[in-house]
Design a protein around this ligand. Structure first.
Ligand SMILES: [Mn+2]
Length: 204
């Protein structure tokens, strides 16, 4: 197996973001997004997914708000994983994980199918998704994970049970589950003998 590493530098008129990734890492990360809560969540994601991740937002229009930066980090991270996984030979492709934090449980289901789709399932009694705490909100999580799903080419479904009043707790259970599920989905299954896990023969 060749090294499953990749680097991306994406420059737009709104942001400049650089990412370096080793899918087969040990969970080391250096994340500087300038969005405090997201730094912490991406550190958790890398740690529990055992990815080595260096992510640096070099330019951003945070004087407007976090919208572009948050979304563009999702794009860059998704593109970098896609590049590192290349032809996706031998990967498990599917992953499912749940992570509890006190009463709250975040769940994440992933299929690296080539098809970008994201769904966030919130409980009926959830507060409005745009309710902001510490500068972050569920609408931002949704944008972030949607951008990631479209750019890696994966179907991702996230749900949360027993939501806390604390956004930090809710996000933490989601991002841990996201890291754990993506770790599973990207692992090599030796029984595949290096073949692409699709009856079509390719995942593009
Ligand atoms: Mn925390």
């Amino acid at each position: 197996m060749s090294n499953r590493t990749a680097e991306t530098l994406r420059k737009s008129k709104e942001t400049e973001i650089r990412a370096a990734l080793n899918v087969d890492g040990s969970g080391q990360s250096k994340v500087k997004t300038n969005i405090g809560l997201l730094d912490h969540m991406l550190d958790l994601f890398a740690f529990h997914g055992l990815f080595d991740l260096d992510l640096d937002v070099q330019k951003a229009d945070l004087e407007i708000d976090i919208h572009h930066t948050n979304e563009d980090i999702g794009i860059v991270l998704g593109k970098t994983f896609k590049k590192a996984l290349a032809e996706k030979e031998g990967i498990k492709r599917f992953g499912f994980a749940a992570a509890p934090m006190e009463a709250t449980v975040g769940k994440c289901i992933i299929d690296i199918s080539g098809r970008g789709y994201f769904k966030l399932n919130m409980p009926d009694d959830a507060p409005p998704a745009n309710e902001t705490q510490d500068g972050y909100a569920f609408t931002y999580v949704e944008h972030f994970l949607e951008s990631f799903a479209h750019n890696i080419g994966a179907t991702i479904s996230v749900s949360i049970e027993n939501m806390s009043d604390d956004l930090h707790t809710n996000l933490e259970s989601i991002f841990k589950a996201f890291g754990l599920a993506l770790d599973q989905a990207t692992q090599i299954d030796p029984r595949r003998n290096g073949t692409v896990p699709s009856t079509k023969g390719i995942i593009d």
